[in-house]
Design a protein around this ligand. Structure first.
Ligand SMILES: Nc1nc2[nH]cnc2c(=O)[nH]1
Ligand SMILES: [Zn+2]
Length: 448
């Protein structure tokens, strides 16, 4: 069966270009979940004529004048076992926050002495099920999750994503040094558990009706909590199994200072990861707030991408990443919520914060141009998809239909009579929340 969506849609084309299509037609093959064709018409009449030529076995979905389609949002960086900590601990800065707030919470995903395996499973499934639904409700159709250290809880996360239909990249977090004695593992365990987790996720994905929706990610936490030996071995796993790599880099000045003490042989943070083989075309690094040109060149030359996490960078006082400098260096960039360094799941909010972050740079350097709404929208959609090399993020033939049906009926302002689609996008980005998102599609299936 082919489903044909008819009406207005917004299609990101590049960092500097978004297409606003008033009279469009997007055909989706329900079997593959992929877009068959994308057409645009000069007028409502021309669109109407095209509709009359469709064969009767097509299912037609006509959008109302208050509705438009956008690609689903892509969250390139978040932490599943920090979900319950949303909004907590944000008077701290990074290293103290990790020790006092974050590691204790992540540790609670171990099976407790009083719990049976099924009780533990049910407890974690309750939290992770809530979290995945919450992300979907806010329009995040693709989410890159850091799990925790505990294998069983990480498998539950995979099961929830499989069941609830989100597209996801999921990693088992690794840390084998400079960590609390009750939240650390041996190098051998980091490596073995990563191998097993990659295999587990690949197996779960292969059994999906449309495989390729749930992908494993090799996930060293960051250079401070991972030995050189472990990072080298994790990089080998990623190469030999052809999977993505995610980690953190250059988020906070104290973190950078500590990385210099741990790896005095390396010129800078990026060269630590480069020297252990962790910078690949499938690597994406969270934050990258404090980078110089040499580090940007290392990322760019290795094809490494960056997840920009402005909400977290403000909340933990980390600083402001120069998004434009990253993009100008040819580094693929997208957005991350970084829960719970970030206090919210919404990628709409991440867009707003990315725009505000760029304005703060502009205040101290007039030559640094603020991000536009269209650029922020690109980062949240096609930018993330390109950074992860996945077939989503825009309405193009062959892409999976991961999309949002936005309905402005609940727009809390008085709309102009002849409001343009571009103006509607601006309102959505600055005023929008979950109430504006009527339907969330992944692989052509309506999940909410
Ligand atoms: N924001 C953030 N930065 C980190 N660096 C290492 N671990 C973390 C984490 O959990 N959150
Ligand atoms: Zn993070």
């Amino acid at each position: 069966m082919i489903t044909v969506y008819v009406g207005a849609f917004i299609n990101p084309k590049s960092f500097s270009k978004v297409d606003f299509i008033n009279h469009g037609m997007v055909s989706v093959d329900d079997q593959t979940g992929r877009i068959n064709s994308v057409q645009q018409f000069e007028s409502a009449e021309a669109l109407q004529t095209a509709i009359t030529t469709l064969s009767t076995d097509h299912k037609l979905v006509k959008l109302s004048p208050e509705q438009f389609l956008t690609p689903g949002f892509i969250d390139m960086h978040t932490h599943a076992p920090q979900y319950r900590n949303l909004g907590l601990g944000l008077d701290y800065t990074l290293l103290e926050w990790l020790q006092k707030v974050t590691f204790p919470e992540e540790r609670s995903y171990a099976r407790q002495p009083h719990e049976s395996p099924s009780e533990h499973n049910a407890r974690v499934a309750h939290i992770y099920g809530h979290m995945v639904r919450h992300y979907l409700r806010y329009g995040t159709t693709t989410c890159c999750y850091f799990g925790g250290l505990h294998a069983e809880a990480n498998r539950v996360l995979v099961q929830q994503v499989v069941q609830l239909g989100q597209r996801a990249l999921i990693g088992k977090t690794c840390m084998d040094c400079n960590s609390p004695s009750d939240y650390v593992e041996s190098t051998a365990d980091s490596v073995q558990a990563t191998r097993e987790f990659v295999e587990y996720v690949k197996k779960c994905d292969a059994s999906l009706e449309i495989p390729g929706r749930v992908l494993p990610v090799v996930t060293p936490r960051f250079a401070l909590t991972c030995s050189r030996d472990s990072m080298e071995k994790l990089a080998e796993i990623a190469i030999s199994t052809d999977v993505h790599i995610q980690t953190h880099m250059s988020e906070n000045l104290d973190e950078i200072q500590f990385s210099k003490e741990l790896f005095p042989e390396c010129h800078n943070y990026a060269s630590i990861y480069s020297s252990v083989g962790l910078l690949t075309r499938k690597t994406f690094l969270a934050h990258c707030v404090h980078l110089n040109e040499a580090q940007r060149a290392l990322l760019s030359n290795s094809g490494t991408a960056v997840s920009h996490c402005p909400t977290s960078n403000f909340a933990l006082n980390s600083g402001v990443a120069d998004l434009r400098a990253l993009a100008a260096a040819g580094i693929p960039v997208g957005l991350g919520s970084d829960v719970s360094g970030g206090y919210g799941l919404s990628i709409l909010d991440a867009m707003r914060q990315a725009i505000i972050a760029s304005k703060t740079l502009h205040f101290s350097d007039q030559k640094s141009k603020p991000l536009t709404v269209s650029e922020a929208f690109f980062l949240a959609t096609r930018g993330g998809a390109e950074a992860l090399s996945i077939d989503v993020g825009s309405f193009e033939e062959g892409n999976f239909f991961d999309a949002l049906l936005v309905d402005m009926t609940n727009c809390p302002s008085i709309r102009h009579q002849h409001e343009t689609l571009e103006q509607s996008l601006h309102r959505f980005v600055f005023l929008g929340d979950d109430r504006w998102i009527r339907t969330v599609f992944v692989n052509g299936t309506a999940l909410l």
